[in-house]
Ligand binder design. Structure first.
Ligand code: SF4
Length: 427
């Protein structure tokens, strides 16, 4: 974070908001995040070893009005050009890795299985650089679970899938504008479980208008019965550019989260983050809590500790940039050592636990005082150096995460949706 020479950057008046005060307490300074226009490359960067890879495939067969992610309707010719560009960007990144190994590959979207051939080809390029046992994971849409995609994933070595069920209530699915019905979701789930060899996460969405707590709990009970490895019950997030808003008050959100957690515990699952419940000893599906990752594709983000950057959100501009051999990066921001440590802490709190002896924790002088305060308020418990958020602490994080999503991610994504290469933004 720094002041930049950007002449045309959009300056946004900063009210004395809660997050600025928190930033001041944690860092001792009044800072703000400044995103500069690209380019930004791996050349000369210190690359953590190993590092995760995220690949964004933005194509969908229909667009759901609640969805904030960077996606476009599938068009065959554009998808073909995009696949070629993914290959080129991946080759460039492999050559810039400088010997660093790849710890995981996550394919997200959009709907990654609109391009099964690209998944196969990109994994093929990265395979020689994978650490043993690396996660190869794909987000899948229920409509896409058919014999040919199952074969493709098995042959490619995909072992982890996240199935976007969202709800098993037809009315709720209609309200979300999803193209699948409950029967298709159940069929996809049964196929994945019966095929075997996949660690399965199921995504659900909660807090949808008209969705009752009973409906959410009924979904969870049905899904737990299949013995899936993980269930993620994400709250419907409010973004400036999505058309469905969650009607739940804070009290209703707390009641719902408590009821979901009880259902998870009754089924023998452990809470592995604020919104996920994982079977003991199962592999955790988590594309967002990787410490260091490089993003490939349109709108993909990268974080290497002291740098964070985002590729352009425009498919056309991405294809043009890669085709011309120029950088697809739209915005980037340097991070101070303290900001990098806070980024680490934010995601460890998402997972509900962190170690005060971790190097990042040791570099935040205010952290022991914060933990003392959280303990006194019943929001965290400490055993030796390990801190665990209590249920109430996780609910506080739930509120914080929703706030930060709206305040930072919503504004950043809005800026990148408006312009393929924005002039920069102060947050
Ligand atoms: S929810 Fe999934 S299928 Fe729907 S628009 Fe978003 S990425 Fe596409």
């Amino acid at each position: 974070m720094e002041d930049s020479p950007g002449k045309t950057r959009k300056r946004v008046a900063m009210p004395m908001s809660f997050d600025r005060v928190l930033y001041r307490i944690m860092t001792g300074s009044w800072g703000k995040f400044v995103f500069h226009p690209g380019p930004c490359s791996l050349e000369g960067a210190s690359i953590p070893n190993p590092v995760g890879i995220y690949v964004h495939i933005p194509f969908c067969r229909s667009i759901c009005p609640f969805c904030p992610y960077n996606k476009v309707l599938y068009e065959r010719e554009i998808a073909k050009s995009y696949s070629h560009c993914l290959n080129s960007e991946t080759k460039q990144i492999i050559s810039d890795l400088n010997g660093a190994r790849i710890s995981s590959i996550y394919f997200g979207g959009g709907t990654p299985l609109t391009l099964p051939g690209a998944i196969e080809s990109l994994v093929g390029l990265m395979r020689p650089h994978l650490v043993p046992g690396a996660d190869i994971a794909v987000e899948v849409h229920p409509d896409d679970i058919v014999p040919s995609t199952i074969d493709c994933m098995r042959e490619t070595g995909v072992e982890m899938v996240s199935l976007g069920v969202e709800s098993l209530d037809n009315e709720v699915l209609n309200r979300l504008g999803r193209s699948h019905d409950p029967a298709t979701a159940v069929r996809a789930l049964e196929t994945l479980i019966d095929t075997g060899g996949f660690s399965v996460n199921v995504d659900l969405i909660t807090g949808i208008p008209g969705q009752s707590t009973e409906s959410v709990l009924s979904d969870m009970t049905q899904i737990f019965k299949y013995g899936v490895d993980q269930v993620s019950a994400y709250p419907l997030m409010d973004f400036p550019f999505t058309s469905i808003r969650s009607p739940l008050s804070l009290r209703e959100q707390l009641r719902l989260l408590t009821a979901i957690d009880s259902a998870g515990s009754r089924a023998g699952y452990e809470r592995s983050s604020v919104w996920t419940w994982t079977k003991p000893s199962a592999r955790k599906y988590t594309s967002i809590t990787r410490e260091y990752y490089i993003g490939i594709g349109v709108g993909a983000a990268s974080h290497l500790g002291r740098r964070f950057w985002l590729n352009t959100f425009s498919v056309e501009s991405y294809i043009n940039a890669i085709g011309a051999g120029t950088s697809p990066v739209a915005l980037s921001t340097p991070l101070s050592a303290m900001e990098s440590a806070l980024y680490w802490l934010f995601w460890r709190c998402y997972e509900g636990t962190f170690d005060l002896q971790a190097p990042e924790a040791l570099s935040i002088p205010a952290l022991p005082h914060l933990v003392n305060a959280l303990e006194r308020l019943g929001l965290a418990r400490r055993i030796s150096s390990v801190v665990r958020l209590t249920d109430l602490g996780l609910f506080l994080y739930h509120i914080l995460e929703r706030y930060y999503t709206r305040r930072y991610i919503g504004r950043l994504w809005q800026c990148c949706r408006t312009s393929a290469f924005p002039p920069g933004i102060d947050m």
